[in-house]
Design a binder for this molecule. Sequence first.
Ligand code: FES
Ligand SMILES: [Fe+2]
Length: 421
Amino acid sequence: MAQDNSMDGLAAAEIGPWPAGGLTRVPYWVFQREDVYAAEQQRIFQGPNWSYLCLDAEVPNPGDFRATSIGDTPVIVVRDGTGKINAFENRCSHRGALICLEEHGKGQRDFQCVYHGWSYDLAGKLTGIAFKNGVKGQGGMPKAFKLDDHHPRQVRLEALHGLVFGTLSDATPPLTDYIGPEIVPRIARVLAGKRPVVLNRVTQVLPNNWKLYIENVKDSYHASILHLFFTTFQLNQLSYKGGIVVSEAGGSHISYNQLDTKAAINKDYAAQQLRSDSKYKLADPSLLAGFHEWDDGITLQILSVFPTFVLQQIQNSIAVRRVVPRKPDETDLNWTIIGFDSDTPEQRMVRLKQANLIGPAGFISMEDGCVGGFVQRGVKSVPDANAVLEMGGHEAVSSESRVSEASIRGFWKQYRSTMGL
Ligand code: FES
Ligand SMILES: [Fe+2]
């Protein structure tokens, strides 16, 4: 991509320059610097992008709420008495305290700030101020003070197949246009017409920049090399039929494959002498005994929406992941592991067993939780050196090969365009 500082010339020049090499080079300073982190908060998270907030099914009834966030901005999502979902900034209009301190709750009729008792209704309107008229004729707010001038900032919402997204910008395009026609049907494939049931929630604290985790999610090249479990138990090999789909803007993707149990272990793997091609056996093979759920034969589909949303289907293990940047070198990864209300008890048991694949101690995901930290530590002293992303070529396009870094290049394409870099 050509250097283009036109969006935000001064700031981009301060942050850059991005190295030459199109989409195939990524400078390590982008994972390290405080000023880059601050600019991302402005341009990406407060900018014209959709951030995943929660599942519609997590706030099923009037008064149900969840505290979530868009980047560093804390947000309350709540269903009001009419059944509508609202979202607003979780910041008191008085002196800025968090309005809501719980992560979730039910039966809420309003929210009251603990600091000085200002209150808000379920639409996020300021409705009351403690001692507004003073006490015994003394003190209180000036007569001219109007509650209507001090409502918390509203968050624009759209939902797609039960996923609730929010944005702080009026310029963000409609959600399905934003996600793109290549990716929307792949969300429908997993979630359309179904009612999710939350089986568990876990947070994995990652010792690395959020973008290293997003790279990892989009990195179909690493999966069967880093993950011993995938290769040893033949869940995912690069020789299986599959592919990657990259959205036109670049930052959203899917990677998928079909399990091919009849295929002999590909001799290409033996030749690579990979750590992941081990002799381990499962004491309880029922962990991998799944059930037929999709007619397309796809047993693994990892999907991301720029900037920080992931939908995962590994066999019958389904989860949504919300990536929350905390500091340049620290990220929270919030997992919501789901089944559906139509599951039989046997299917539910399969999902619970297969949930052992993922999360902080998961047979697969624990390695992803470490490897971003290995990069963060490896590059600390060389901010001006670059990562090399040439596997599968130089472009950010869909392909039937997963021996490719095309979807990572796609992320950087949309990142640089959003950041003006
Ligand atoms: S900061 Fe919330 S009432 Fe004062
Ligand atoms: Fe991985």
